[in-house]
Design a protein around this ligand. Structure first.
Ligand code: 5GP
Length: 199
């Protein structure tokens, strides 16, 4: 049997409250596994300084987002921090067709939708060591206003309640150790017999 032609992609669904270090962790994972692809979501939120259209997100307006919902173009979508975010069906189908592992960096609402509709994937929740540390990180990165930080902190407390429904939890206290955890999860999941977790 030719293993290459049989391989299916794995869907890694990663959630975390903002400031837990998910972006850094995913970036480190991409360095270790350059064959994994990060899914690029659509969002109505404003582009932050340094972000690139089509790389960090596909930045669209509310009408475009509503249109995509109507057309059934999203595999999942949710309102997060007052803005709309969604993963297109196309992104998942493309990875599936190419047998490529895909990381979805989405919130718990989207993760739940993906699990229910696709019934596959590996679900990882990244936790901050504690709320005080999360607040420190959010303020330290200087990306958001005081009001946005307050809203994100309140949301974080609610999001963390969903961590137990994921397959893995990583407490991101020490980046190096967390990278090792994520790397180990990816390697272990890739060793599972085909069909267990693939799209
Ligand atoms: P940020 O605005 O900081 O980039 O992301 C805010 C939150 O939106 C993060 O928790 C992120 O995981 C989530 N998010 C990003 N893209 C998507 C998506 O396509 N769907 C869902 N449900 N959440 C998303």
């Amino acid at each position: 049997m030719n293993r290459e032609t049989k391989r299916k992609g794995i869907l890694f669904v990663i959630s975390a409250p903002s400031g837990a270090g998910k972006t850094t962790l995913c970036a480190e994972a991409m360095k270790i596994f350059p064959d994994i692809r990060m899914s690029v979501s659509c969002t109505t939120r404003k582009m932050r300084q340094g972000e690139i259209e089509g790389v960090d997100y596909n930045f669209i307006n509310h009408d475009q987002f509503k249109n995509m919902i109507k057309k059934g173009a999203f595999a999942e979508w949710a309102e997060v921090h007052g803005e709309m975010y969604g993963t297109s069906v196309e992104t998942i189908r493309k990875a599936e067709a190419e047998g490529i592992d895909l990381i979805l960096d989405i919130d718990w609402q989207g993760a739940k939708q993906i699990r229910e509709s696709l019934n596959t994937g590996v679900y990882i929740f990244i936790l901050p060591p504690n709320i005080a540390e999360l607040e420190k990180r959010l303020k330290g990165r200087g990306k958001d206003t005081e009001e946005v930080i307050k809203r994100r902190l309140n949301n974080a407390k609610r999001e963390i309640e969903h961590a137990h429904s994921y397959d893995y939890n990583i407490i991101n206290d020490n980046l190096k150790e967390s990278v090792t955890c994520l790397k180990s999860i990816i390697i272990a999941e890739r060793c599972r017999p085909a069909g267990h977790n693939s799209i």
